[in-house]
Write a protein that binds this ligand. Structure first.
Ligand code: CUA
Length: 330
């Protein structure tokens, strides 16, 4: 197995968030974002005002009631025992503020956890180190959604914990292996917004980036049509190259002979591989197809069994595309 250090690649430059009218918050581009920001600002400024008041009072009292000598301090009588109105005031007012904060926060939480009925749904899979999105026409590496519509994402993970985070929509949800989680949003403006993985998930966690493309009205349908045309008409090796770039193959398989988590695709076709548990075989069309749809059937010696299956995620034409693409990498 390769040393983990070999797998370290320089992080891509961080995607730039769209320009924001706010001082320290990113642009808010979903229906729930403004409310979340208000709550956040209320907490921050409430804390700042209270902290400033408490510090000012401390400094004032320290100065005003400072004893001039030890005797003066020992002889001084407290000017009052207590002040009921003051004590009730400083207990009840913060309590009311905390109750308001709780109600406000809980309403927001329930709202974010309750996807509206009839939402547009997309299945999302997190895997080391890529986000994949399932549409009716196939799988893509970017999230495409229509503007001004409720969108529900159904999240899952193919390996470890990931977390799907769109800062501009103020939504984030863990992707957990073996179960589904969901989140919803309603984009208020068309454009492209970056998506991050917000759960440390291994070597290339910081590269687990993608984009949500919010289409103008009618744009989403147009995009789907384009994708279908491309899949049906692109020459096979080019289609295979697309799959390589978009489906996460490049994370583990190089095309220039560099060792990564899986065997390089360069010079792969026609090679004889030896397998874990004995036996060997020549890499031909059927071997590649099996390796993609049932990756653990034959594990090449020296590599971990870490590839997720692509059964059902790639069309027959895409599978043939990958095979023809590998053939071109001599
Ligand atoms: Cu996936 Cu961090």
């Amino acid at each position: 197995m390769n040393s983990p250090l070999l797998l370290l690649q320089p992080a891509k430059t961080l995607p730039k968030l769209p320009d924001s009218p706010h001082y320290w918050m990113p642009l808010d581009a979903s229906v729930t974002a403004a409310d979340i920001d208000w709550l956040y600002m209320f907490m921050v400024w409430g804390s700042v005002i209270f902290a400033a008041g408490i510090f000012a009072a401390m400094v004032y009292f320290c100065t005003k009631f400072r004893a001039t000598s030890r005797e003066a301090n020992e002889q001084s009588e407290p000017s009052s025992e207590h002040n009921t109105a003051l004590e009730i005031g400083w207990s009840v007012i913060p309590l009311l503020i905390c109750i308001a904060l709780f109600v406000w926060g809980f309403q927001g939480f329930v709202n974010l956890r309750t996807p509206p009925k009839g939402a547009f749904e997309v299945h999302v899979t997190g895997q080391k180190w890529k986000w994949l999105f399932d549409y009716k026409h196939g799988t893509e590496d970017k999230l495409h959604v229509p503007v001004d519509r409720d969108v529900r994402l159904v999240l899952q993970s193919a390996d470890v914990l990931h977390s799907f985070f769109i800062p501009n929509f103020r939504v984030k949800m863990d992707a957990v292996p073996g179960r589904y989680t969901d989140l919803w949003f309603h984009a208020t403006q068309a454009g492209e917004f970056p998506v991050f993985c917000a759960e440390y998930c291994g070597t290339s966690h910081s590269d687990m980036l993608t984009t949500v493309v919010v289409h103008e009205p009618g744009g989403y349908e147009k995009w789907v049509k384009e994708m279908i045309t491309i899949q049906e008409s692109k020459p096979l090796p080019e289609l295979g190259r697309d799959v390589y770039d978009k489906q996460g193959c490049s994370t583990c398989h190089s095309i220039d002979g560099t060792p990564r988590i899986g065997p390089t695709w360069k010079g792969l076709f026609g090679k004889t591989e030896s397998f874990v548990g004995g036996g060997s075989g020549v890499v031909d069309e059927n071997y590649i197809r099996e390796s993609i749809t049932d990756p653990t059937a034959k594990i090449v010696n020296g590599f971990p069994p870490s590839m997720p299956t692509y059964q059902g995620k790639l069309s027959d034409r895409q599978l043939s595309g990958v095979i023809e693409y590998i053939k071109t990498l001599k």
